[in-house]
Design a protein around this ligand. Structure first.
Ligand code: ATR
Length: 283
């Protein structure tokens, strides 16, 4: 594709951004779709976020992804925050429509898309154990709750945060909490275990957030961690006959949905998946 004076720009704002997979994935996606855009990552310190947004708006940048630590702070710089993003309390995608900035959150919907696509499971039949109560848990919990899962139990190291998230999710479905020490009690009836904490993430690959002996073969185990692909949790789950849902899916589909918000057309999903898988394999 030719790059010239009409080439449009899409950005990523984060701090840090050096290891992000998005620039490679998005630039390849724009090329594949024949779209005259480039995607560039910007490392923006928290106190510079407002200046950065004013700059992007002035330059007519088509949109941007927002990542750690800006997903909450970005909201005050936007003209509108769409309902789902407001309910989650965070924005990961901004669309600039002729100077009007609208914030979306594609993390939760991206997770759900990936889960449905890759497991084909009946969402409404699930009894969910949600491990963690941070930003990722909020997005995924919201997606599962509004999709109508039967029940959610939230378990988190800091109990107050679990209780706060449970109270929020209760708007949409039956939700309670359990202490990390009492997880075995709820595992028997759990059908979908969703791991949203950083436990087991590279380089701490030997860590596991729950006692593996309570994993069973009626479970789908979903780990949001994508580095490594096979976390210890997923390995132990597989050994016990559980079905597996990898973290790469959410990473992929949140990007697919962001692409569709900016470009108004379907994203080249297969190509984007291939770019991500190849890039993560090389690490
Ligand atoms: P993210 O946006 O990825 O969700 P976050 O908002 O910082 O990141 O949330 C991290 C989650 O991982 C939290 O649920 C955190 O538990 P606390 O609320 O108690 O901090 C959880 N977490 C991180 N390290 C952990 C550890 N060593 N053991 C258990 N939970 C951990």
């Amino acid at each position: 594709m030719r790059i010239d004076g009409t080439t449009g720009v899409v950005a990523l704002l984060g701090h840090p951004v050096a290891h992000s997979k998005s620039p490679e994935m998005m630039n390849r996606a724009f090329q594949e779709a024949g779209l005259p855009y480039i995607y560039a990552a910007f490392d923006v310190a928290p106190e510079k976020l407002g200046d950065a947004v004013r700059g992007l708006r002035a330059l007519g940048v088509r949109g941007w992804n927002v990542t750690i630590p800006h997903k909450v702070a970005i909201m005050e710089w936007l003209d509108e925050v769409e309902e789902t993003a407001r309910a989650i309390g965070a924005v990961n995608t901004v669309v600039n429509d002729n100077g009007r900035l609208v914030g979306y959150n594609t993390d939760g919907a991206g997770y759900l898309h990936s889960l449905r696509d890759e497991t084909g499971l009946d969402i409404t039949a699930q009894r969910v154990l949600l491990l963690g109560a941070g930003g990722a848990a909020r997005a995924v919990g919201h997606a599962l709750a509004t999709a109508g899962v039967r029940h959610i139990t939230v378990a988190n190291r800091t109990k107050e945060k679990a209780e706060e998230l449970a109270a929020h999710l209760r708007q949409w479905t039956a939700t309670d909490t359990v202490g990390l020490a009492d997880l075995n009690r709820v595992m028997e009836e759990t059908t979908l275990l969703v791991q949203t904490t950083s436990v087991g993430m590279h380089p701490h690959v030997d860590e596991i957030p729950i006692d593996p002996s309570c994993l069973h073969d009626r479970l789908i185990v979903s780990d949001l961690i994508y580095r490594p692909k096979w976390t210890r949790l997923l390995q132990e789950a597989k050994e016990r006959g559980a079905r597996i849902h990898f973290g790469l899916g959410m990473l992929l589909y949140q990007a697919v949905l962001a692409f569709e918000h900016w470009m108004g057309r379907p994203a080249p999903i297969a190509l984007m998946r291939e770019v991500l898988e190849t890039s993560l394999q090389g690490e």
